[in-house]
Design a binder for this molecule. Structure first.
Ligand code: FPP
Length: 261
């Protein structure tokens, strides 16, 4: 009896989700969604579980949201998985977080291939533990020919140092006579960022009630629509994603111009 009730409830929820996704046909879907996945620790604390249990649940949620984003036709999904500041966390927590890409990418790879999803990464690869680097590099290599959605992990990522690095590369080129000072433009800075192959995010989502950017894609978010929710990342489900996208569709993006232009 209980089973039947549970089955009925999830069946109803699934149909509802399917209907919501179908309703999106013909609507503008953000090409690139970036998410600051926050609240894993609080999710665990509420359940008297260790913080790492929250991160593990958060990792499982990455699958769910990846599938949903892919289903609605998002072209790129960037997930902030580890910032350059996160090294300050307790050693055991950092070690646990560094194991997650391996677990995720190994178990999810067959489905990523089936869904034609390509893995990408922004952040300082070289200072990641070797096992993390190997897992990410292997997934990038195996999915490199996939032509569908890009699932881009920001791992050991910091936006200010990314901008500094872009400027340094340009100044070096100017010193070497490859370009002039006038060649240093918004476009040339953009093409020297780690995100050069991606469109700028249309929608930024941050979970868990925090309203700040935490050194995430500061340059790329200049004209992005922001969407904040109190929901903790492990609880942020497909319906939450659709809520964010539905709100985005009601926004009037003017890029500094006037309505209707
Ligand atoms: C912030 O929550 C979250 C992180 C620093 C880690 C996010 C990582 C994942 C969701 C999993 C990544 C998965 C893959 C596949 C790489 P918090 O710990 O700061 O939460 P709190 O503010 O409640 O303490």
């Amino acid at each position: 009896m209980l089973n039947k009730l549970v089955w009925r409830k999830s069946d109803k929820q699934n149909r509802n989700l399917q209907e919501r996704i179908s309703d999106m046909t013909g609507e503008i879907v953000p090409k690139h969604i970036a998410i600051i996945m926050d609240g894993n620790g609080r999710w665990a604390k509420k359940r008297a579980m260790p913080r790492v249990a929250g991160h593990h649940e958060g990792m499982k949620n990455v699958r769910k949201i990846t599938r949903a984003a892919n289903r609605i036709g998002v072209q790129a999904l960037t997930l902030y998985a580890f910032s350059t500041e996160n090294w300050k966390r307790p050693k055991l927590e950092v070690e646990f977080l560094m194991r997650l890409p391996e677990e995720f990418l190994t178990s999810f790879l067959p489905e990523l291939m089936e869904l034609n999803i390509r893995i990408a990464m922004i952040g300082e690869m070289d200072s990641l533990p070797e096992h993390t680097q190997n897992a990410v590099k292997k997934a990038m290599k195996e999915t490199e020919k996939n032509t569908g959605m890009v699932l881009n992990f920001a791992l050991n990522y910091g936006s200010r140092s990314e901008i500094v690095s872009a400027v340094q590369q340009l100044v070096q080129k100017a010193q070497d006579g490859e370009l002039t000072v006038e060649d240093i433009t918004e476009d040339s800075i953009s093409t020297h960022l780690m995100t050069s192959e991606l469109p700028e995010p249309d929608l930024l989502i941050r979970t868990s009630g925090e309203i700040r950017l935490s050194n995430f894609m500061l340059w790329q978010l200049a004209y992005t629509e922001f969407w904040f929710t109190d929901t903790l990342w492990p609880d942020f489900d497909e319906h939450s994603l659709l809520d964010a996208v539905n709100d985005y569709q009601k926004r009037n993006r003017r890029y500094g111009g006037l309505k209707g232009e």
